[in-house]
Design a protein around this ligand. Sequence first.
Ligand SMILES: Cc1cc2nc3c(=O)[nH]c(=O)nc-3n(C[C@H](O)[C@H](O)[C@H](O)COP(=O)(O)OP(=O)(O)OC[C@H]3O[C@@H](n4cnc5c(N)ncnc54)[C@H](O)[C@@H]3O)c2cc1C
Length: 386
Amino acid sequence: MSAEAVDILIAGGGPVGAALALALEGSGRSVVLAEARGTDSSGPRSAARGDARAIALSYSSRLIIERLQAWSQLPVTPIETIHISQQGGFGRTVIRAADCDLSALGYVVNYTDLQQSLLAAPSTAERLFGAKVAGFDGGEAIVQTAEGERVFAPRLTVFADGARVADDNDVPVYTKDYRQTALVAWVKTEQEHNSRAWERFTPDGPLALLPHASGHALVWTSSPERSAQLAALDTAAFLFALQTAFGERLGAFTDAGARSTFPLMLRYRREETQPRSVSVGNAAQSLHPVAGQGFNLGLRDAWELARLVRDAREPGSAGFVDSYRRARALDRRAGIGFTDSLVGLFSNSNALLGLGRGAGLLALDLLPFARRFVARRMIYGARGLP
Ligand SMILES: Cc1cc2nc3c(=O)[nH]c(=O)nc-3n(C[C@H](O)[C@H](O)[C@H](O)COP(=O)(O)OP(=O)(O)OC[C@H]3O[C@@H](n4cnc5c(N)ncnc54)[C@H](O)[C@@H]3O)c2cc1C
């Protein structure tokens, strides 16, 4: 079988791969996007069906998604204020959009809606669904589809296939198991959200409530055992447990939707580039969701890669993949480090650390410039505006 020539093959049509295909519009490159999951009569809509996760998009991600022409159709809920506190300790801080001269600090969206919007936006890329990239030898890539195998000879292969880095034996991967699981669910409270997000650090792990449509998206992190127990409770017992952990700030918790769980790890490729290939999004680094950085960082990977591809003489050359690696090094390192240190600092019941945390939150509350620094880091990443 002779290989089909293509400039860029994107393996994975999750939100990062889908965004990359859009970012490459107008670059003059031929693009094939292969997504392993299939479709149904409504087109690519079923690609992420069943994923109840909500994603907090930073303001800088909004700017990128707007440029990708996929923002207007996205059902988002703005976050205007973030309230950060710790259970059983002093200190708390409130970060407001006004601190950063913005109308919103970020936006909450369903993972499924995000992926669908990005996959549904007009694109000249050839999008294949039910198409699994099953092999890549540094030159040719084998894609398995329902109709049979296709072999491509891409100038550059981009792995956007999510957190499967640990399966790769030939690529050095750093892995840290946090021994934590995130339980996600949509929940309803007596009081309205008023566009306020809550991040509460408990000894088990962080508990976040993000404003989402007419309720909240809950991300409740605890030990795998505790998460399994919480997932198995009936609704009334689950709401009681949640009320106990979060407190009364939003009145009573009145309802909860389906619950799903995600084991949490830090996993990243020490080298996110290989000859003729690069990795973006979760395929390059998979983070704890505590600071809502994973997709936002992955979107910046895609944006930067597309920018470099536009100007490249030979995407896929050793020089090209090296320039991509260097371009992303600072933001990537900062995103990984920031998230990992938050997990370490706040997921610990040590009394001294508790005092330090309280003092840190108090300092943030008292020092507007420190609050602005943290907010801007979360909004724009380490490299500033896209
Ligand atoms: C509980 C939780 C909450 C989170 N909250 C936030 C948040 O608030 N903000 C934020 O920025 N991030 C958040 N994240 C992280 C975010 O979900 C990820 O960073 C994001 O989904 C990464 O997108 P991706 O496209 O790189 O990978 P994925 O979303 O994993 O998508 C990968 C895609 O590749 C496809 N695929 C896999 N293998 C193949 C193959 N061999 N061939 C072809 N296709 C393949 C899969 O079917 C999938 O569609 C959260 C994560 C979790 C678990």
